[in-house]
Design a binder for this molecule. Structure first.
Ligand SMILES: [Zn+2]
Length: 134
């Protein structure tokens, strides 16, 4: 499927309702065209009145691949777990640490998702008209 900002917004909205109790405010969405990484979550945290607050958050996904609906869902939920951890100012022991994995495992078993720490891009089809960039 074609990945656009609109598509990301819609998927985010669906996933936020089903998996995160609608608890995550809309981030920015953006598209880039790279083989790797195929998605990322970026944010900026600032201290406000002694509390860490996310002042900027963005989910970006590559449109290099022809993801299936399920692949895109798993990719977005993966980034949303990073977002959830940052938004709630939770300390994990590493990027895909204990907290990340426990949330991923719970969603996988409860909803039949397939969220992994890392994923080989060989499981993704390249989009037919994707330009050749790294
Ligand atoms: Zn990750």
């Amino acid at each position: 499927m074609e990945v656009t900002e609109k598509v990301l917004e819609k998927k985010f909205d669906e996933c936020n309702k089903i998996y995160f109790n609608n608890g995550l405010p809309y981030p920015f969405f953006s598209i880039f065209c790279k083989k790797k990484p195929f998605a990322k979550f970026t944010y900026l945290k600032k201290k406000k009145n002694g509390e860490n607050v996310l002042v900027y958050k963005k989910i970006s996904v590559s449109n290099y691949y022809d993801f299936t609906e399920e692949q895109l869902r798993d990719i977005i939920v993966h980034e949303m777990i990073h977002y959830f951890i940052a938004y709630n100012d939770i300390k994990d022991n590493k990027e895909h640490g204990k907290i990340f994995l426990s949330i991923a495992e719970r969603l996988n078993s409860e909803f039949g998702l397939n969220i992994e720490k890392t994923r080989s891009t060989s499981s993704y089809l390249r989009k037919e008209n994707a330009p050749t960039i790294n």
